[in-house]
Every structure is written in structure tokens, then in C-alpha cells.
Write a protein that binds this ligand. Structure first.
Ligand code: NAD
Ligand code: MG
Length: 362
């Protein structure tokens, strides 16, 4: 029986995590739940798990309440499913308290991957990936280290504009971008999936989780979202992980690892699937991939700057204040104009994040 705290329990990942806990109650107990502002949904979650402590993080002492939950003495693991960078401090607090962390919030590793992974190594705790691509890679690696890896191949649905001609991209609306072809997710990550910044963030996330250089992180478009990612080993063999596109699969594996536990999730029917397709990403039409590669290769404060500028630009697009291509144009410009620190501490990262938000807003 694993006892977990779910930070961001009312979001898309949080709801899937609650579903997993209801599905395998003899293996998983939720002992803490947080939500930011949705008190009604938090109350629903609290009725599902009456023994769990709860916190609403939007109040004046909200940040402190999150840290208290993240360090609950009875918890073995903290699942971080908060959108954006607000999960970073609770993640570090959980690690310092000796808890394993299951990370859905990719922004944490993009912003502070080096610091988080070093803290986890120092404390001897595990960082388990929930993002479906990284969870797939984690399953394929099955404990093998980076010296066995030739290439990590992240699969990408291509998003709603996979086949949209470049000249039509300036006209796409938030409503069009929010219609993801294969996954149902929160608003921010859905826009990131349309620009391919989501895949860009995942490239950087992979670099830290699996300790490989950026040039070994590759992306292939796979419109069916059945293969969640692959590992090509040094001997040329490739392993892939497959399932329906339902986040309950990776969430369950992260929280029950190293066990495999029977559940009620729908199995694949290959005859019904028919075919799996692959194609190269349109790098020139979707600059997010190359911007992220550059940020990941350069390191230092640049990934934090990319992430912060993107968050501001995505919100502006959702508010109908900027056209779609202005998202990556803003990120590119803020990356060029931000001061650079090669080996930042946490305070310098937070300052780079703050400044990038200011520049992006301008
Ligand atoms: P969501 O918008 O549906 O939910 C976000 C959750 O975070 C909510 O519970 C909300 O109350 C909480 N929250 C929002 N702002 C907060 C703040 N400032 N402080 C504390 N809590 C706050 O988002 P989601 O789709 O569940 O995504 C959560 C994270 O998981 C994101 O980082 C996303 O990139 C990542 N992720 C999501 C999916 C998916 O399928 N949804 C897949 C992979 C990774
Ligand atoms: Mg993903």
C-alpha cells in the first residue's frame, strides 16, 4: 500500500490520479489533496478520500499549505500535478523530507531539472515520471542507465494543426487550438500541444530525467498516440510502450512502481487499431522544437526563460490578445533578450523566471 499526496487534485491529471486510486484501492491510498481555487471540486475529492488532509493553495498562506501537504509525515510519495511552476517549491520540500516524487508538472524539470535531480540523488529519493512520454521511456529503460541509450524517441501527436498549412497558422483561434485530436488535458498544455512547445518542454524534461545529452533526444510525429515513446539502445534495438491515450496508465505505473498491478483500464485491440503511422515534425513551421533544443543544449537559465515566456504568451493567446504565431515569436525574442547565467542557483532561476515574464508581457 502506497500513501500519496496529490497536489493539483482538481485538474485533469489530478482527476485521473483520483480515478486510479478508486480503481486500485488495495494498493494506493490518497492522504493529501490540494486545489488552487476550485473549493467545490476539492470538496468532492475530499468526500472520495475522507481520510485525506486538504489544502486550498490560492489563499494568503497557500504556498505554505502546499509545503505542509508535500511533507506530511504519513506520505510515501507526492504527485505534483500543478500547472506551471508553482509546484517547484513543494517538490523540493517533499524531496528534502525524504519523499519520492511523481512529476506530472513538466515545468518543474524544465526550469530546475539540475537542482531537482541533484536534490533527489542527495536525499536518495526517486523522481518518477508521469508525463506519458517519459513514463514510456522509463518503462522501456527498466533500470538501464544512459550508457545503453543511443536515442530517446519522443512521440508527438502533431496536435490539431499537424496538417494546417503554414499560411493559415496566423488565423487559428484559441477555440481551434483547444481541440486536441487524441488527448483531453488542461488548457495550458493543450495550447502547448498545438504549438509543439509541449514536445519542446518534454525534450528538456527527458534530458534531466534520463541524464542524456540533448542530441540524443529525438521527436517523431505519431498521430494515433498509441506508442507513447521509444528507446533506441546502442545495439540498434528499439523498445516502445503502447496503450490507449489515457493518463491513468502512466499515473498508475509511476505510483505503483516497481509493481505492476491489475486494473480496469481498457486493453488495446490491434485489429481495431489497424495501423500506426509516423512522420517527421515540421520544424520550420513549428519553431518551438528548435527553440527548446537550443534552450536544452545551452542550459543554465535559458530553459527557465523559455518556459516562463511561453506561459505568459499562452495566456495572452487564450485571452485573444495575440495571434497564434506570436507565441513562439515572443519566446524567441525573450530568449534573445534575457540575461544568461550558466550555473544558476534556485534564487537566480526564480529571478530569471520573473524577468522573462516581465519581458514577455512587454
Ligand atoms: P489543469 O489545468 O487541468 O489542472 C491544474 C491543477 O493545478 C488544478 O488542480 C489547479 O487547482 C492547480 N493549480 C493551478 N494553478 C495553481 C497554482 N498557482 N498553485 C497551486 N496549484 C495550482 O492541468 P493538467 O492538465 O492537469 O496539468 C497539470 C500538469 O501536468 C501540467 O504541468 C501539465 O503540463 C502536466 N501534464 C498534464 C497532462 C494531461 O494529460 N493533462 C499530461 C502530461 C503532463
Ligand atoms: Mg506528454
Amino acid at each position: 500500500m502506497k500513501k500519496i499526496v496529490v497536489l493539483g487534485a482538481t485538474g485533469s491529471i489530478g482527476q485521473s490520479a483520483r480515478k486510479v486510486a478508486r480503481d486500485i484501492p488495495e494498493h494506493l491510498q490518497i492522504v493529501g489533496l490540494s486545489a488552487h481555487a476550485n473549493a467545490d471540486e476539492l470538496a468532492v475529492a475530499a468526500r472520495e478520500f475522507p481520510a485525506a488532509k486538504t489544502a486550498l493553495s490560492s489563499g494568503p498562506d497557500g504556498a505554505q499549505r502546499l509545503i505542509e501537504l508535500a511533507t506530511l509525515p504519513e506520505a510515501d510519495m507526492v504527485l505534483i500535478a500543478i500547472v506551471g511552476t508553482a509546484g517547484l517549491k513543494p517538490a523540493l520540500a517533499a524531496i528534502e523530507a525524504g519523499k519520492d516524487i511523481a512529476v506530472a508538472s513538466k515545468e518543474i524539470l524544465v526550469m530546475a531539472g539540475e537542482i531537482v535531480m541533484a536534490a533527489a540523488a542527495r536525499q536518495g529519493v526517486k523522481v518518477l515520471p508521469v508525463d506519458s512520454e517519459h513514463n514510456a521511456i522509463f518503462q522501456c529503460l527498466d533500470g538501464r542507465g544512459s550508457r545503453h541509450v543511443q536515442r530517446l524517441i519522443l512521440t508527438c501527436s502533431g496536435g490539431p494543426f499537424r496538417q494546417t498549412p503554414r499560411e493559415e497558422l496566423p488565423g487559428v483561434t484559441p477555440e481551434m487550438a483547444l481541440k486536441h485530436p487524441t488527448w483531453s488535458m488542461g488548457r495550458k498544455i493543450t495550447i502547448d500541444s498545438a504549438t509543439l512547445f509541449n514536445k519542446g518542454l518534454e525534450m528538456i524534461e527527458a534530458r534531466w530525467l534520463f541524464d542524456v545529452p540533448m542530441e540524443k533526444v529525438d521527436v517523431t510525429i505519431h498521430p494515433q498516440s498509441i506508442i507513447h515513446s521509444m528507446v533506441e539502445f546502442v545495439d540498434g534495438s528499439v523498445l516502445a510502450q503502447l496503450s490507449h491515450s489515457d493518463m491513468c496508465f502512466p499515473i498508475q505505473y509511476a505510483v505503483t512502481w516497481p509493481e505492476r498491478v491489475a486494473n480496469s483500464l481498457r486493453p488495446l485491440d490491434f485489429a481495431a487499431l489497424g495501423k500506426l503511422e509516423f512522420e517527421a515534425p515540421r520544424r520550420e513551421d513549428f519553431p518551438a522544437l528548435d527553440l527548446a533544443r537550443r534552450a536544452g543544449e545551452t542550459g543554465g537559465t535559458l530553459p527557465a526563460v523559455l518556459n516562463a515566456a511561453n506561459e505568459v504568451a499562452v495566456q495572452a493567446f487564450l485571452d485573444h490578445r495575440i495571434p497564434f504565431p506570436k507565441i513562439w515569436e515572443t519566446v524567441a525574442r525573450v530568449m534573445d533578450e534575457s540575461p544568461f547565467v550558466a550555473h544558476p542557483g534556485l534564487d537566480e532561476l526564480l529571478e530569471a523566471d520573473r524577468l522573462a515574464r516581465e519581458l514577455a508581457a512587454k
